[in-house]
Design a binder for this molecule. Structure first.
Ligand SMILES: [Zn+2]
Ligand SMILES: [Zn+2]
Length: 381
């Protein structure tokens, strides 16, 4: 049977996107220029233009040739991260269209480039946001590849991301998954995991600290687990009182209803470190009130921060950002998560329901991370 004939009918959101480049083909038609471009990804189906998306099943063709250091990975699982939504909306100004999001990828290696020695066909690997940093700029040479100067091309999204059946990346950014770690757990750790682990290692190394985690969501529920396992006294701050029980179950020692002046006062000048994992409106000045002198507020999402700087200066506070983690931190994080049994709460959904999954994440209804699962019968190499 023709592969396209087996594809299900999917409903559409928004108007169909028809402005494909000559490198793409539509489902239900003979893949155009397949011979010329060789590898036709056999049912990646998420195409967007800025601010809207389309669940049309589509075929994207990529070069049949792998670069010397590249691997092709058949995707079994891919988590849905809020950064995917930012990518759809081109919030950061680095999205290229047509766009297939997805950067919490797990799958098996299906082909390797000539110079790849660390992986072989059949290896089970995870891939995060970084797919191919340049490895030549000053930051890559320092081993801080997450700061690569060529951020546009370093992303796994380029040319197409993980809401797909296969992806091609630099083999140095495909990480062997610890034995016995479930695929959906590994998928979430590839972005959410390293995003919260890296700043905890950088800014709260050593002795136990009073750590506040703002937001109990995809990132927050992992931050609580990692901070607890690292020996810190953890307080979860959330605007949703109903999350208290679960936050405590994740390892939080305390729970505070964020935004409630009465309860927030309990934490005045209390925290040494605050990790901001939340989206939405935040009262920055009241947050700074909760930091001890010389305390640090670490932003993990993309926020507009507006505040009066009096406390910032007078208490010698710091506000900084943290972006993903380097390769060494990724490997350390995976081992740590395995040893300390860090387990994200995951809702599995079929890849065919990618649009519903995105909508749930946008509406803050994911508890706490959605992982899309490919139907193996439709997977290609
Ligand atoms: Zn992410
Ligand atoms: Zn670089």
């Amino acid at each position: 049977m023709e592969k396209s004939a087996r594809l299900p009918t999917l409903h559409h959101y928004g108007r169909p996107v028809l402005s494909f480049s000559s490198h793409t083909c539509l489902c239900g038609r003979v893949p155009i220029k397949k011979r010329r471009y060789g590898q036709c990804l056999p049912s990646p189906f998420w195409v967007t233009q800025q601010g809207r998306w389309d669940s049309r099943w589509s075929h994207f063709t990529t070069s049949p040739e792998l670069g010397d250091q590249e691997v092709r990975v058949s995707i079994t699982h891919c988590g849905v991260c809020y950064t995917d939504i930012h990518g759809i909306d081109d919030y950061c100004g680095i999205t290229t269209y047509p766009f297939v999001p997805g950067h919490e990828i797990v799958g098996y290696v299906s082909a390797v480039g000539r110079a790849v020695s660390s992986l072989k066909e059949g290896d089970w690997v995870g891939i995060g946001w970084q797919g191919r940093p340049c490895m030549q700029c000053e930051w890559c040479l320092q081993g801080e590849e997450q700061l690569c100067l060529d951020i546009v091309r370093s992303g796994t999204w380029v040319p197409y991301g993980g809401f797909s059946t296969s992806v091609v990346v630099d083999s140095r950014f495909a990480y062997p998954i610890p034995e016995a770690m479930p695929s959906e757990v590994a998928a979430v750790l590839m972005c959410a995991g390293v995003t919260v682990y890296s700043p905890l290692r950088s800014y709260a190394a050593g002795s136990s600290q009073k750590v506040g985690v703002i937001g109990v969501g995809g990132l927050g529920h992992l931050a609580i687990q990692f901070a607890h396992a690292l020996g810190h006294e953890v307080t979860a701050l959330s605007s949703s009182p109903e999350k208290k029980e679960q936050a405590l179950a994740f390892g939080a020692d305390h729970f505070i209803v964020a935004g409630d002046p009465a309860t927030m006062r309990q934490t005045d000048y209390y925290f040494e470190l605050l990790l901001c994992t939340a989206h939405g409106e935040i009262n920055w000045e009241s947050l700074l009130m909760t930091l001890r002198k010389t305390g640090k507020l670490i932003l993990l999402g993309f926020h507009n921060v507006a505040l009066n700087s009096t406390d910032l200066v007078a208490h010698q506070l710091s506000i900084t950002g943290s972006f993903l983690g380097n390769r060494a931190t990724m490997q350390e994080m995976l081992s740590f998560a395995q040893v300390h049994r860090i387990v994200p709460t995951v809702e599995l959904m079929p890849m065919t329901q990618v649009n519903e999954a995105i909508q749930k994440v946008k509406e803050n209804r994911a508890r706490y991370r959605i992982v899309l699962v490919n139907d193996r019968s439709r997977m290609g190499g």
